[in-house]
Design a protein. Structure first.
Length: 244
């Protein structure tokens, strides 16, 4: 996604599918100034077209604050034409078993290494990258949702050192689960995170939201859980596909 249609990687998004005349993109609400306007970002499609959204839906519980509403940090964009070249529309996770799972998250944002965090010298800017993390923090939606205070409904991952020298604040493993562990970088917001509830079956489980720093060892990233927003998403795009 791009604010000027020329500089890409300012934010990321996930295609949900098409209807007869439109495509629908899921991304983060915090990338928009409120009141959010569809023309704030252009979208570059997998086939290289640059499209301007013609409608936007901001989650009704989003208040502009990632400190209290990470779990509601969602926007759906409608594009004025269907997309091609993206394969089969994703399955969205509708269950409750994300805790302790390995997730793989994707975005077009900045890159780096654990010892320095994100740095311009690592950035490519032309294509997406992926990293992994274990869900050590699982927070249910707050019920009832209060006007002030944390609304819950998010996942957190932590980036440990290879030598296990940093304690995991959530009580999880002190060493990386795989060689591909990482954190979100600037511009990854709105991208997708995936898990495999059964081998070979990928489901879209959360949306990339925010992090605690610049993606160094000992820092954290947080993600918006999709499962509790099933009714909201289906009300906007009835063709959205969910799986338990």
């Amino acid at each position: 996604m791009s604010t000027d249609g020329e500089t890409w990687g300012e934010a990321s998004g996930t295609w949900l599918g098409n209807d007869d005349k439109h495509a629908y993109i899921l991304t983060s609400a915090h990338i928009y100034e409120l009141p959010a306007k569809p023309e704030a970002y252009a979208v570059r499609s997998p086939d290289g077209r640059i499209l301007q959204p013609d409608r936007i839906w901001v989650h009704p519980q989003w208040n502009g604050d990632t400190d209290t509403r990470t779990g509601f940090d969602l926007v759906v964009l409608r594009l004025p034409a269907p997309l091609s070249g993206a394969g089969v529309p994703p399955l969205l996770y509708g269950g409750q078993a994300e805790a302790s799972q390995l997730i793989t998250f994707v975005g077009f944002g900045s890159r780096g290494i654990g010892s320095t965090g994100e740095k311009d010298r690592f950035y490519r800017g032309s294509d997406k990258a992926a990293a992994q993390g274990v869900v050590d923090q699982w927070v249910a939606p707050a019920k009832p949702l209060q006007r002030l205070g944390d609304g819950g409904n998010y996942l957190g991952i932590y980036l440990p050192r290879e030598d296990g020298s940093l304690p995991n604040p959530y009580g999880g493993a002190a060493k990386p689960a795989t060689r591909l562990v990482g954190l979100l970088g600037s511009g990854d917001s709105g991208g997708s995170a995936w898990m495999q509830p059964v081998p070979g079956r990928w489901v879209l489980v959360v949306v990339n939201s925010n992090g605690s720093g610049t993606a160094n060892y000992g820092e954290e990233s947080w993600f918006t859980r999709i499962s509790p927003h099933r009714s909201w998403l289906s009300g906007i795009f009835p063709g959205v596909r969910f799986a338990e």
